[in-house]
Every structure is written in C-alpha cells, then in structure tokens.
Design a protein around this ligand. Structure first.
Ligand code: HDE
Length: 686
C-alpha cells in the first residue's frame, strides 16, 4: 500500500504551475508570438486604433473580466499549504483514515479570514477569524470550516442573512468598513438575545489576534465520528496553537490597520518563508451518544461550548503549515470550502445552524466561481480519484471519454461501478416529528454561558471587554439601542452592565441580577502557553551605538527564538562606538512600535543622545509601553527611558548597567510573557 505524504498535493500541482522562464516569449492566449505590447495598431502614427488589433482586444477583454464576486462573508483571507498527521489514533471512534493511521501524512490547505470586511479591508479589525482547513485525504476531501471562537451569533441558519446584513456596512452609505461598531449590528444584537454569548467573545481580546499562528480554531458545531461498527460519538474539534493564543491591544490594532493593513497576512507569509512553520495540535472533545442529554445546555446549540473542565480536550494530531501558495487568486481566492465535504467516519448532527450551512457553501461557490466545475480547480481538486457522470457546464476542463454518461449503463462496461467498499454511509440516525417552525426549549438559555465566560476572565481581560463595549456602543447613534444592549448585559453580570452604562451615558440597570458564580478557567488567555518564540524585537540605534551591546542583545534575542531587527533613523549602516559599522534592518520612518512585541535600547552615549532628541524614537518607546510590551534599556540607553518618562524597573521594563547575563535573562523572560498587563496603560500619551 502506498502512503500519501504531505508533498502529494504539492506534486499534484506540478503540471498546473506556469513557471517564469527566461526562454519564454510573449504570446497571445492563442500562442501567437507578440513583438510589441506597448503600442496599439493604428492608421498612421496619430491615427485611430484598428479593429484588426486582436492582441489589444484580447489583452483588454481579459483585463475587463479579471474580477469575480468576493465571498459574501470572509472575503478577506490568507492561506497556506501544510500537512496533518494523527498522533493518537481515533480508531475506536472513527473509520476516517486521516484520523486513525499515524503513518498517513495528509496534505492540507488552510485559509484564515476576517468575516465582515471586504477583500481589501484591514486585517486587524475587531472581528471573528475564519479558520478553514481542507484535508486532501485518500478517502476524499474533508473540510473543517471553523472559526477562532467556539460559539456563534445565532442558533438557526435562517437568521444568517439578517445577522450579516446587520454587521456589514450599512446599506444606505456603505459605512463603516470592517467594523461592528455601528447602529445596525447593535440594534440586531439587542433584539436577538441568543447573540449574547458570542458578543462576549467578540468584545474580548479573541477578536484581535496577534497572529494567525497564535489563534485557536474551533469546529463550533457538534459533529459525529462513526466507527467500523457504525457506532457514533459526538465530537467538538479544536485547533490549539503551539505558540499559545495571544492578542493585540485595541489601540494597537487601530494603528496597524492604517500602517500595515496586511499585518496578519504578512506575518503568516513571512513566518513560512523564514521556516518558522506555524503549528497546531488537533484536539477533540468526545461525548458518547448516550450522554446526548447529560448537559445543562443542548449539544446541538451552536451558541454553547462544552467547558473543558467537564469534557477534557484530547490532543490527537498535529497540523503544520509549511508552504505558501504560488498565486493568491488561483489558490487562496478560488479555494472553495464546504461543510458537506465529508469522508467516511465523520458525519454531521441536527444543529440547525450546521444544517443551513450544508446548503449554503455549495450554493455560494456556483456564483462566486461561475458554475459547477470549480472542484476541478487545482486548489480544490481532491487527491482521491474522481469518477462520476457529472458532465458539461461552464469551465469543464476534463476530457471524459466514452459513450455513456449515465448509470446504469452497459455501453461503458457499467463504469464507474458503485463502490462496494469504503463508501460514505450516512449515520442512520432515527428522526421523526411534525413539520413545525419552532426552536427547542433546550435552546432557550442565552445567558448562563455568557456569564461563565465573563466569570472566567482575568482582571485585565474584563477591563478590555468593558472598554470594547464602551467603544462599540459609543459609536451607536440611537440611544435606545445602547440602552437595550446594556439592559441585556444585566442578564450576564450586573457589574459589567453598570460599567458599560457609565461609559456610554445611559442609566445603569437598577435591578441587581444574580451571577451563578461558575467559571471555566481554560477560557482565559492569561493561562495560555508563554514563549518568546517568533516574537519581534526592535533594537533602537543611531550613530555611536555600543556594538558589543547590540551583539549581546541580538544573540540573546535570536537565541531565545525571537526575531531581532536593528532600527535607526536612516537605512544603511550606523557607526558604532568601536568605529565599526552595523547594518540597519529598517529605517525608523518606515516602521512603528506596533509592528514589534518589544523594544530595546542598547548603550553608547552618542546613540542615546541622538535618539533622546528624536520624536519618532521617543514615541516608539512610549507607545510600546502603552501597549504593555517589554521595554528594555542598557547603559546609556537608559537615558531614553527617562526622556520618554518611562523610568522605573519591573513589570516588563528591564534595565541594566551593562548587557550582563542577568540582564539578558530578565529580558528574555519578559519577552516570553507577551504583554505586561499590570501597567497603568491609559495614562501614556501615545
Ligand atoms: Fe460560513 N460561510 N456560514 N460560518 N464560513 C462562508 O462560503 C454560512 C458559519 C466560515 O476561507 C461562505 O465560500 C451560513 C459558522 C468560514 O473560504 C458562505 C452560516 C462558521 C468561511 C457561508 C455560516 C463559519 C465561511 C461565504 C450560518 C464557523 C470562509 C463564502 C448558517 C464554524 C471559508 C464561502 C473560506 C464562508 C455561509 C456560519 C465559518 C456564504 C449560511 C458557524 C471560515 O457559504
């Protein structure tokens, strides 16, 4: 038996690639060579262009048709190829080969996305992130089309158009772009209490990922695994990033959105190019079918999590992204995910949100990709063999041979025959009931888990949530909309509602509601794995910088797995104390503190003196401090901290007389903490 390896998809794409080739000559789409593509064919040098110019007409016609509709949601995204391997086989629960055979490396394509913004919108906006994985398994393509939050806004897919119309830019003026801070979203949210739990996640730091590489993923719905005996087990899928789940600060995200709208996309691209391959563990929460009704929420309700303290997450596999696409449009734009792309051993449940999705994904591709043959596009093409009687349609590119395109047939020898083995079998769930439009009573509790989430947050996470509600509702112009949301928050937690009310100028709710007091510690980001790995550190320098300090700093920083960049007021090189020269990574005017996780100022009187008079450098330090980042200075570099009014040790401010081992250890330890939340951040004027 041959085993697929992660390179299989890569190899399968070989013939699709059009390589840049020095020997190649410019041609038309028909292959006719072209000697001039700068001047159209005309009657005389100053005369009109001629219809005969087939090259010009073809060139412009193609250009005129270069756009396709963007995704109705998740329009903005970035993708990469990689591999998945099961580490702890789930043979007891499923027949899916990619989840049971540890020798099989499955090729994958993953697309991360924001939801509300259009294709050209900024990455770092307050939004849910899509986390869609296409597994090219030997048994067919399996798509796990998830998000970075484990619950959803609504319980029934029939509400999706309403929700999306509310969150997208308002229809009269198409404002605002890629933002939930406007009237229509909050009007909808206030009137639709089932959104409450998800809105707590949306207002939390989960909506502001530092990197796609530092983001959890969730299948959201309860799915089923089905084993060889036909026994079914409920399952929730989780992706757990090796680097931990870490976020940006709101003020920082807004600045990045202007300075580098491609921040998350660039980070993914660069990390793969530099060999820092992003990694996740696949986790599963398994619930035996007999326990379907064992919880105080309904397993079919997508606005609920199964707290990890009740059903632990088992780590069963590993996902690595190790190759950037060749062409954004061909691959990342044309990739078509579908919840209904299932393989034997994995099945769906009756979650009413999931059921609607089963319809929507195939449907949307028909208009987006222009017809029913999009599965033939290179990125969508399965590695498993495709054989059926589907024929014709726009963009059919296969040359199906033979006379018979129907089943049963005798003219093509009956081919392709019905599969006797390895076929997909739908789980024979018993269903019965009257046809009604009615939500189950077990879906009625919209607040307990919103409260659970709130109770599980650390002090700084709670502060961020309150600030987010104040910002968003503060942008809402209708006072009654603000009031209704605040009244609804009182069902989550009274203190939360009061604090939000105070910020947005509405009367705090009088009735003090009861908080059930339960929490799920696993939900807090304060418990995430910490490491300096791949964090970006800026070293600020100018003429006269201490070369030995820079060397020691970059050694310690890169030694800890972080990335070190030397920033100076100008590009090129800077002169050091020892009259040597150090190469500058980037010129200060082209960057900003928000692109880095930490900033360090080395010694050298001359350098410190020049930087202390440089507004950009001082702002860099103050802003990094404001955003809770590690700020360090050594020797004369400490003058800069004083000039930026940031003197005082501790809490992620690391200073040293010299680059001693102790100083460097403290620096690396501080870096690993990601951010330092114990600071009075709001007082910094940056
Ligand atoms: Fe989607 N969603 N969705 N969604 N979704 C789409 O499909 C839809 C939902 C998610 O990178 C669309 O190809 C409905 C939940 C991701 O290409 C569309 C409902 C979750 C992506 C669609 C939901 C998601 C999409 C738009 C409610 C997390 C991007 C373009 C019933 C579990 C995939 C497209 C990519 C994309 C419909 C709810 C995740 C219109 C009707 C819940 C990650 O088909």
């Amino acid at each position: 038996m041959t085993h697929h390896t992660s390179d299989d998809k890569n190899h399968a794409l070989t013939d699709d690639r059009v390589k840049a080739d020095e020997r190649a000559r410019l041609t038309t789409d028909q292959g006719t060579r072209v000697s001039d593509t700068d001047n159209s064919l005309r009657a005389g040098e100053r005369g009109p262009t001629l219809m005969d110019d087939f090259h010009m007409r073809e060139k412009i016609t193609h250009f005129d048709h270069e756009r396709i509709p963007e995704r109705v949601v998740h329009a903005r995204g970035a993708g990469a190829y990689g591999k998945f391997q099961v580490t702890s086989p789930l043979t007891e629960f499923t027949t899916a080969e990619f989840l049971t055979d540890p020798k099989v490396e499955t090729s994958v394509f993953v697309r991360f996305s924001t939801v509300a913004g259009s294709r050209g919108s900024a990455d770092t906006v307050r939004d849910v992130r899509g986390f869609a994985v296409k597994f090219y398994t030997r048994q067919g393509n399996f798509d796990l089309v998830g998000n970075n939050m484990p619950v959803f806004f609504i319980q029934d897919g029939i509400k999706f158009p309403d929700f999306v119309h509310a969150v997208k830019p308002e229809p009269n003026n198409e404002i605002p772009q890629a933002s939930s801070a406007h009237d229509t979203l909050w009007d909808f949210v206030g009137l639709q209490p089932e959104t409450t739990h998800m809105m707590m996640w949306m207002m939390s730091d989960r909506a502001l990922p530092r990197s796609y590489r530092m983001m959890q993923g969730f299948g959201v719905h309860t799915f089923r695994l089905v084993n060889a005996e036909g026994k079914s087990t409920f399952v929730k899928f989780h992706w757990i990033p090796r680097l931990g789940t870490h976020s940006l600060v709101w003020d920082e995200t807004q600045k990045i959105a202007g300075m580098d709208p491609d921040f998350n996309r660039r980070d993914l691209w660069e990390s793969i190019e530099s060999g820092d391959f992003p990694e996740w563990d696949l986790g599963v929460q398994l619930v035996p079918e007999v326990d379907e009704h064992a919880f105080d929420f309904d397993l079919l309700d997508p606005t609920k999590i199964i707290p990890e303290e009740i059903v632990p997450v088992r780590l069963v596999g590993r996902l690595v992204l190790d190759r950037n696409p060749d062409n954004f449009f061909a691959e990342t734009e044309q990739v078509a995910f579908h919840l209904g792309n299932l393989v034997p051993g994995v099945d769906v449940t009756d979650d009413p949100l999931l059921q609607a999705r089963l319809f929507s994904y195939l449907d949307t591709q028909l208009i987006r990709l222009g017809g029913p043959n999009f599965p033939q596009l290179p990125v969508n093409r399965p590695l498993a063999e495709v054989r059926n009687h589907q024929r014709d349609g726009y963009h059919q590119s296969a040359l199906h041979q033979g006379q018979a395109a129907y089943h049963p047939n005798s003219l093509s020898g009956g081919c392709p025959a019905i599969a006797e083995q390895g076929a997909y079998v739908h789980y024979p769930e018993h269903v019965a009931g009257p046809k009604i439009r009615k939500r189950a009573e077990s879906f009625a509790d919209h607040y307990s888990q919103a409260t659970l989430f709130w109770n599980s947050m650390s002090a700084w996470e709670k502060e961020h949530i309150v600030a987010a509600f104040r910002f968003e509702l503060g942008k809402v112009t209708h006072l009654h909309v603000r009031e209704r949301v605040v009244a609804n928050l009182n069902n989550v937690d009274h203190d939360l509602a009061v604090e939000v009310a105070q910020g947005v100028g509405v009367a705090p709710p009088e009735e003090k509601t009861l908080n059930h007091g339960r929490s799920s510690p696993a939900l807090s980001q304060s418990r995430q794995p910490q490491s300096p790995d791949t964090r970006k550190v800026a070293v600020l320098a100018s003429e006269g910088v201490d070369a030995a300090d820079v060397l020691a700093l970059s050694g310690a920083i890169t030694g800890a797995g972080a990335i070190c960049e030397l920033l100076a007021p100008h590009d090129g090189t800077v002169v050091t104390t020892e009259e040597g020269r150090l190469p500058v990574t980037k010129a200060l005017p082209t960057v900003a503190s928000v692109f880095y996780d930490a900033v360090v100022v080395p010694g050298g009187e001359g350098s410190a003196h020049l930087l202390a008079k440089d507004g950009k450098a001082l702002h860099f330090l103050a802003e990094a401090f404001k955003h809770g980042k590690t700020v360090a200075a050594v020797g004369a570099g400490r003058q800069l901290l004083q000039a930026a009014h940031l003197d005082g040790d501790g809490g992620g401010v690391v200073t040293g007389v010299e680059t001693s081992a102790e100083f460097l250890d403290q620096l690396v330890a501080a870096l690993g903490l990601h951010r330092h939340w114990n600071r009075e951040l709001n007082s910094v004027p940056a």
